[in-house]
Design a protein around this ligand. Structure first.
Ligand code: ATP
Ligand code: MG
Length: 140
């Protein structure tokens, strides 16, 4: 498998608790390189577009409200099998079901406030990166 890029968000529950450094350490420890990163407040429109795939789900409104409740850190991560590797490092969506030493097991508050996002496939990774970064902001 070639070098790959994935899109990551450190969510508002993580920035609120000053966990961006601790989470970045776990990302880097796993061999993923942070090749772009910025701290932003996303708009309601950006959050709705980002999570459009979930718009029929009962938690959609809550999810969008949470994602705009505070600053987030958007990132591009690069490495071998970056997409699946980062999903492993994050752990299961519900921290109660996440494996030991994963970001969500260690840091997440709940299934909703679960500290991080990571792309789930190459096409979504490309689309998500393009929503928040231009190519010249990504320095590999
Ligand atoms: P993400 O897409 O954020 O990386 P994921 O792929 O593990 O997480 P998804 O099923 O894509 O999980 O859900 C997207 C996000 O929606 C979750 O990360 C979580 O914040 C929120 N979410 C999912 N299920 C629930 C739920 N039952 N109640 C509240 N929020 C939820
Ligand atoms: Mg997802």
């Amino acid at each position: 498998m070639a070098r790959e890029r994935t899109f990551s968000i450190l969510k508002p529950d993580a920035t609120e608790r000053n966990l961006t450094g601790a989470i970045n350490a776990m990302i880097e420890q796993a061999g993923l390189r942070i090749v772009a990163q910025k701290r932003v407040r996303i708009t309601k429109e950006q959050a709705e577009r980002f999570y459009a795939v979930h718009k029929e789900r009962p938690f959609f409104g809550e999810l969008v409200a949470f994602m705009i409740s505070g600053p987030v850190v958007v990132q591009v991560l690069e490495g071998e099998n970056a997409i699946s590797k980062y999903r492993e490092v994050m752990g299961a969506t519900d921290p109660a079901k996440a494996a030991a030493n994963t970001i969500r097991k260690v840091h997440a508050r709940s299934i909703g406030e679960n500290s991080v996002h990571g792309s789930d496939a190459p096409d979504t990774a490309e689309r998500e990166i393009a929503q928040f970064f231009s190519e010249n902001e990504i320095v590999g």
